[in-house]
Ligand binder design. Structure first.
Ligand SMILES: Nc1ncnc2c1ncn2[C@@H]1O[C@H](COP(=O)(O)OP(=O)(O)OP(=O)(O)O)[C@@H](O)[C@H]1O
Length: 451
């Protein structure tokens, strides 16, 4: 008996320690089973307390009366599926007649504490079927990406959402994106994660890093072209526009041939072209975009207009040619001059890290998801890397990329350096690699010389 008590105490102590120190392990070992049992046992009463039940139908009442049975109680939505996941549970329910997915959405906070879970969010899958995604612990506190993610081309797993799902940067669905955030908010780490995930794929990376190249130049071995100042950036962007026009000519030439062949597919973008004709897609990463828009004299103003015009052209026409823009900065509003609002309208993917004021959050979400503005300005300063990500559909979620050091990102880029495509139009901008020998550490001065 004593040894049984000792085993129970040991198990309880282990569970408590895991819950405190390693919530992800606790969830996988104890949490998931306990939470599933809690939901199944208390489902009816919790739904009733949350106002998510309907009174029994008249014929049920009549049947109970006729057969002299107990009167049936209120009915909760029917459970279709309860699926455990790495970070929580997914509960799929079928609503009763007269219920609305909005009722469930409005009760997610009550469900969260009734079931003693960390977070609950809901979405309507189809008419009358609602999915509740529940997380067992704060998955954004220490981000671990799952080992297996979707491998669709140009769909990049870049962060974790607060509901435990992987957040993808899907270039084919949302070709161009804007990432904003105050200094030290986590933009560079987000960008680094993108580069590290793109590096093993068949894609050309082009970088414009006006922070003197400190963020992107260490990753140069995997980049087909890099610019570290506005003058080179202007030339590089013009070369990208030329490349894009060349790709359009390829698509047109293929359309000309295909239109004469019955049943042949007519290409509308690079992804419809046969593999041997398909140009490599290009992701253009721009860090500190405001540096490209600032000017102090007439010559710089001309260069700025040239840069913004090229970016607008790439944003308007790049998708079909497989040229995708990833623009990062601290602010991106009309104070940066003409053409900026037009360019921002084309960047339909939006991510905002912690921002200093509401107007910066409005630059990211004011025109597409106004309720995300409040979420963006409420990101705490000590949660670096936490961001709000939304798109032009108005949907948004809280995300965080895993912490990836520059060293690790450089290693990944070096490992995949052979995959770097050579694009003739961009050849002049191919980064000149520093010598491979490590720089010798400075030697201490001999005592005599120092004296
Ligand atoms: N996802 C993350 N998880 C944990 N820590 C993070 C994350 N992202 C960033 N950090 C931490 O926050 C600090 C600032 O990050 P980062 O350099 O990416 O910010 P930034 O917005 O690019 O700043 P700046 O504009 O000044 O370059 C880094 O020291 C990093 O360790």
């Amino acid at each position: 008996m004593t040894w049984l008590l000792a085993v129970v105490l040991l198990v309880v102590a282990t569970a408590l320690v895991l819950r405190w120190r390693r919530p992800a392990w606790y969830w996988l070992t104890f949490g998931v089973t306990l939470a599933a049992l809690r939901i199944l046992i208390h489902y009816g009463s919790v739904m009733d307390a949350c106002g998510l039940t309907v009174p029994p139908s008249r014929w049920r009442l009549r049947l109970a009366r006729m057969t002299n049975r107990d009167m049936p109680g209120p009915r909760a939505p029917r459970i279709l599926r309860l699926k455990p996941t790495r970070t929580g549970l997914v509960l799929r329910i079928k609503l009763r007649p007269g219920q609305d997915a909005f009722d469930v959405a409005a009760s997610t906070d009550r469900l969260r504490h009734s079931f003693a879970l960390y977070g609950v969010s809901s979405r309507e899958l189809r008419s009358g079927v609602v999915e509740l995604r529940m997380t067992g612990y704060d998955v954004l506190k220490k981000v671990h990406m799952p080992a297996k993610t979707d491998l669709a081309p140009m769909r990049i797993p870049v962060a974790l959402r607060e509901d435990g799902a992987v957040h993808y940067r899907d270039y084919r669905a949302i070709p161009h994106a804007l990432t904003l955030g105050a200094t030290e908010s986590g933009k560079s780490v987000y960008l680094r994660n993108l580069v590290a995930e793109l590096a093993p794929r068949d894609v050309a990376l082009v970088g414009i890093d006006c922070k003197q190249g400190v963020e992107l130049f260490p990753l140069a071995r995997r980049f087909s072209a890099l610019a570290d100042n506005p003058d080179t950036a202007a030339e590089l962007l013009d070369a990208l526009v030329d490349h894009m026009e060349g790709v359009y000519q390829t698509i047109r030439a293929h359309q000309g041939v295909a239109s004469g062949i019955p049943d042949a597919e007519i290409a509308a973008d690079i992804w419809d072209l046969p593999k041997d004709l398909r140009p490599v897609p290009i992701v253009v990463l721009v860090d500190e975009v405001a540096e490209l828009a600032l000017y102090a004299n007439k010559i710089e103003e001309k260069r700025r207009d040239r840069i913004i015009t090229a970016l607008v052209r790439l944003a308007q026409l790049g998708r079909a040619a497989g040229v995708y823009l990833e623009i990062c900065g601290q602010r991106f509003g009309s104070e940066l001059g003409k053409g900026i609002t037009m360019l921002r309208a084309q960047l339909s993917g939006r991510t905002a890290h912690r921002v200093n004021d509401e107007s910066s959050a409005n630059m990211a979400f004011g025109d597409i998801a106004p309720d995300a503005v409040l979420a963006a300005i409420s990101i705490p300063a000590d949660m670096k890397g936490v961001a709000i990500s939304g798109d032009s559909t108005g949907g948004w979620s809280r995300i965080r990329a895993p912490h990836l050091s520059l060293r690790k990102a450089v290693n990944i880029c070096n490992r995949h350096a052979k995959r770097t495509p050579d694009l003739p139009e961009l050849a002049p901008f191919r980064p000149v690699l520093p010598h491979l020998k490590p720089i010798p550490a400075p030697t201490s001065k001999p005592a005599a010389a120092a004296a």
